[in-house]
Design a protein around this ligand. Sequence first.
Ligand code: GLY
Length: 369
Amino acid sequence: MSECITVHLKSKPIYDILFENNFNALPGKLSELGFSGRRVCIVTDSNVEKLYLEEVKGLLEAADDAFLCVKSYVIPAGEEHKTLDEIRKLYVYLIEEHFDRHDLLIALGGGVIGDMTGFAAATFLRGIDFVQVPTTLLAQTDSSIGGKTGVDLDGYKNMIGAFKMPILVYSNLSTLKTLDGRQFAAGFAEIMKHGLLKDEEFYMWLVEHNYEITDRDLDTLTEMLLRSCDIKRVIVEKDPTEKGDRALLNLGHTLGHAIEKYKMPELLHGECVALGCIAAAFISWKRDLISMEDFYEIRDMFVPFGLPISADELDIDRIIEIAHSDKKNDGNFVRFILLKKIGKAFIESDITDDEMRAALEELNFNEDD
Ligand code: GLY
């Protein structure tokens, strides 16, 4: 298997997203991109280090067109380490190892590592190249594509960041075979989101292939990722810096982010995106945009994929307050993505606190329900 999607900007090809089932082709691709003879630093976290660092480093060290050196840098695993202080330590390491503007960073890991490495690449020496090698479903379908990079600040997610396109995304789908079940489901929420916001046929395909997807059949996962990444490609090509329609990708993120911050670290990002999509669908139903049947179908279809449709002990007023402080809002308005139908989302800026309250009450698990 070797599939490729090319991301263009202003009709110019910018980078390839490769879908492979091992890491073997990575050194050759980097040589093709002109990095033979350069320094390479693989940035990873303490979990992924144990799984894939030795293999990827070994392949790069054994490459025919040798690199000047292959270094690695390990960040402690977890969203709580997605900080400017960890970026500062990485800068110091790169300075001590004499990295210059022509060298390369490789992000080997999930969304946190991709965002942090991309942010370091955007800012170190005013910008050096970087490659995304995503090893989680969430990173392969979402965070590695489109050039959003950044870190959290005092618990505010991705508050500091930059747009920085990778020069290559190299997805080894065999990493999904061993991915923890909860992480797999959380990544799947972003895929469901892509179907919900842009492509009803793909959404129905996901529902119909529930068994093959949860069984992690490699051919099904390949088709799923190709279709999901292509939806994102079309959106980010038209609006790379989120001046308009790229905001549609934030379906489920307004209340999703707020719940995530409120519950930190209990729920994973993708689990909160699933809850946020249900909240968006609920408000869409209450505004007579979609039917009650559509709302319950959207909600219930998260269940067979192992995603939550409710959460307990939600402090609704506090979550609404957090939603108001999100960086994606326009001034005082909370920016929401609603659904006109399955496969058609739009941006709405006049969502009231009462509407958010009703949606959160629908999500709030109650023993009497
Ligand atoms: N994850 C949303 C975006 O890339 O715009």
